[in-house]
Design a protein around this ligand. Structure first.
Ligand SMILES: *Cc1c(COP(=O)(O)O)cnc(C)c1O
Length: 359
C-alpha cells in the first residue's frame, strides 16, 4: 500500500446542493469534491500520491501532451451494492488495460495495485457522491498525461496520473439506438493504437460520429481498415449480434479492437448461461442480408457507460438493416443486460469475484 497525502477540500459542496446533484446526475458535467494525482519523473519514479480538492491544472504551454498527445484513460464505475457497501466492478481489469495502454503509447506504467488504490482513495473520500438506485453509479475517470516541458519528439520523461469522478444516471433510455456504418473513415489499423484506450483514438473518430449525426443516427460503427468489410466496433463501445440459432457473435480481438471489460464480462456471463459464443470476423454485407432474412435477430453495443444498448437499426449508403422491431431490446440482449447489472449491483452471486468492495 502506498501512503497517500490526504488534503481534504476547504470548500466542500453544500450537502443540500450535493444531494440534488447526486439525485439528478448528468453525465460528465458535474464532478466530486476531490481528485487523485500521482506524479512520475524518471529519477523519482511514481511519487507524491495525493488526494486533494478538485481543481484546474496548471500546465506549461510546452507540455508534451499538448503537442504530441501522449494521453490514455480509463472509464469505470463504483456502485452502491445490495449489501449497503460501495464497490467497484473489476477495477483490476482496468488497471491492467491502463498499463497496456501506457506501454503502447510509450508512457510510464503505473503499478496496477497503485491504480486500484488511487480509485479506492477517491471513492472513500467522496463516498457521499455515489448515487443509489437502478443504473446509477459514480463514474470514475483515471487518466494520464505526459507533461515534460519539451518540444522534441520522444516519449516524455514526466507524467501525471489523475483520477476524477462524477455521479451518473442510467444511460439507458430503454430504446434502441440507430447506427451509421462509416464507409470512409476507419478507427484503427493493424499495428496502430486501436487496442490502447487513448484520447487520440477518440479524436480521430469524431468526424465519423458527426457524419453519423448528419445521417440521423446516434452512433457510428467502424469497419476494418484493410478491406472496409469486417465489423470492428463503435467509437467507444464493442458490438455483438444474436443469430436465429441463439449464438452470440462478436468480432475477435486482434489489435484493432479495444478489449472491453463489458465485452469480456458479457461473453463470460453468456458462457455461464449456456449461450454459445462465436468470436469471428463478421462481414457487414452478411449482417445486412441476415437482418433482412431474420438470420440476425438482435444487435447491441456494450461498454461501461451504458452497459448494454440495443441497436435497432444499422444504416449505410443506400441501405438499412433493422433488428427485431427496430426500437426495443431483444430477449437475449435483455437477459444478458439483467445478468450483468445484477452482478454489478450486488444482487446476484458474484461467481467470478468481479466485485471489489471499497467502503
Ligand atoms: C472503453 C471502450 C470500450 C468499452 O470498454 P469497457 O471496458 O467495456 O468500458 C469499447 N471501445 C472503445 C473504443 C473504448 O474506448
Amino acid at each position: 500500500m502506498t501512503n497517500f497525502i490526504i488534503e481534504p477540500t476547504a470548500t466542500p459542496t453544500d450537502p443540500a446542493r450535493r444531494a440534488e446533484l447526486v439525485a439528478n446526475p448528468v453525465f460528465g458535467r458535474v464532478f466530486t469534491d476531490h481528485m487523485v494525482t500521482i506524479r512520475f519523473t524518471e529519477d523519482k519514479g511514481w511519487h507524491e500520491a495525493k488526494v486533494s480538492a478538485y481543481k484546474p491544472l496548471s500546465i506549461d504551454p510546452a507540455s508534451t501532451v499538448l503537442h504530441y498527445g501522449q494521453e490514455i484513460f480509463e472509464g469505470m464505475k463504483a456502485y452502491r451494492t445490495a449489501d449497503g457497501r460501495i464497490s467497484a466492478f473489476r477495477p483490476e481489469a482496468n488497471a491492467r488495460r491502463f498499463a497496456e495502454s501506457a506501454r503502447r503509447m510509450g508512457m510510464a506504467e503505473l503499478p496496477e495495485a497503485l491504480f486500484v488504490q488511487a480509485v479506492d482513495e477517491l471513492v472513500k473520500i467522496d463516498r457521499a457522491w455515489v448515487p443509489s438506485g437502478d443504473g446509477r453509479s459514480l463514474y470514475l475517470r483515471p487518466f494520464m498525461i505526459s507533461n515534460e516541458v519539451f518540444l522534441g519528439v520522444k516519449p516524455a520523461s514526466e507524467y501525471l496520473f489523475i483520477v476524477i469522478a462524477c455521479p451518473v444516471g442510467s444511460y439507458f433510455s430503454g430504446g434502441a439506438v440507430s447506427v451509421w456504418v462509416s464507409e470512409h473513415y476507419t478507427r484503427a489499423a493493424p499495428g496502430g493504437t486501436g487496442e490502447a484506450k487513448c484520447g487520440g483514438n477518440y479524436a480521430g473518430s469524431l468526424v465519423a460520429q458527426a457524419e453519423a449525426k448528419e445521417q440521423g443516427c446516434d452512433q457510428v460503427l467502424f469497419l476494418d481498415a484493410r478491406e472496409r468489410r469486417y465489423i470492428e466496433e463503435m467509437g467507444g463501445m464493442n458490438v455483438m449480434f444474436v443469430r436465429d440459432d441463439g449464438v452470440l457473435v462478436t468480432p475477435p480481438l486482434g489489435g484493432t479492437i479495444l478489449r472491453g471489460i463489458t465485452r469480456d464480462s458479457l461473453l463470460r456471463i453468456a458462457a455461464d448461461n449456456n449461450i454459445t459464443i462465436e468470436e469471428t470476423q463478421i462481414d457487414i454485407d452478411d449482417i445486412f442480408e441476415g437482418a433482412a432474412s431474420g438470420r440476425y435477430r438482435e444487435a447491441f453495443a456494450c461498454g461501461t457507460a451504458a452497459a448494454l444498448s440495443p441497436i435497432g437499426r444499422l444504416r449505410r449508403t443506400g441501405g438499412e438493416a433493422v433488428f427485431g422491431d427496430g426500437s426495443s431490446i431483444g430477449p437475449v440482449s435483455a437477459t444478458l443486460r439483467q445478468l450483468l447489472m445484477g452482478i454489478q449491483a450486488g444482487r446476484s452471486n458474484d461467481v467470478h469475484g468481479w466485485i471489489h468492495p471499497i467502503v
